[in-house]
Design a protein around this ligand. Structure first.
Ligand SMILES: [Zn+2]
Length: 161
């Protein structure tokens, strides 16, 4: 009968037990998961069962990690996510209507080098949002100098501002 062992199809003889499978395939495994639940006791396997044998402190092979990631995605999505670029740079400016350049002034044609890419790292976007919030507070309180008329660029790859 067929089961899944560490996210891959695996054939076992009818009546095989969890402990027998562990002893045969990964005797060092100290965590045995059957259909999502950690097992303390032995059990008889059924067709379609999903078994994960894990050895504490031992990293999975690249192949195994790849199979794990692929199994967690809708078919085809894993390939697209793997090929994706992560955006980790940002730009922030402050626009004071009638006093400082707006986006159309700054980019009359739109930035030609920019194209929408997936995914954008949320924490990088929130960096821009935090800076924008500080700009708003500065304007309300009349503190310091804002970014009006300038653009702050940041590249989170090396934390250059
Ligand atoms: Zn403008």
């Amino acid at each position: 009968m067929e089961i899944e062992l560490n996210e891959r199809s695996f054939d076992v003889v009818e009546g095989t037990s969890l402990d027998a499978l562990r002893d045969a395939e990964r005797p060092q495994a100290d965590i045995v998961i059957l259909n999502g639940a950690a097992m303390a006791a032995d059990a008889t396997l059924s067709s379609g069962d999903e078994v994960c044998l894990i050895q504490r402190g031992v990293a999975r092979s690249e192949d195994e990690l790849e199979a794990l990631m692929a199994a967690r995605h809708t078919p085809g999505v894993h390939t697209k996510v793997k090929a994706a670029t992560v955006g980790i740079a940002g730009q922030v400016t402050t626009i004071i209507p009638g006093k400082s350049p707006c986006l159309s002034c700054i980019y009359p044609e739109g930035p030609t080098h920019w194209k929408r890419e997936f995914p954008v790292l949320g924490t990088v976007s929130s960096m821009a949002a935090s800076i924008a919030a500080v700009e708003g507070i500065k304007l309300i309180c009349g503190l310091g100098e804002t970014l009006a008329g300038t653009i702050l660029y940041y590249d989170s790859r090396n934390m250059n501002f």
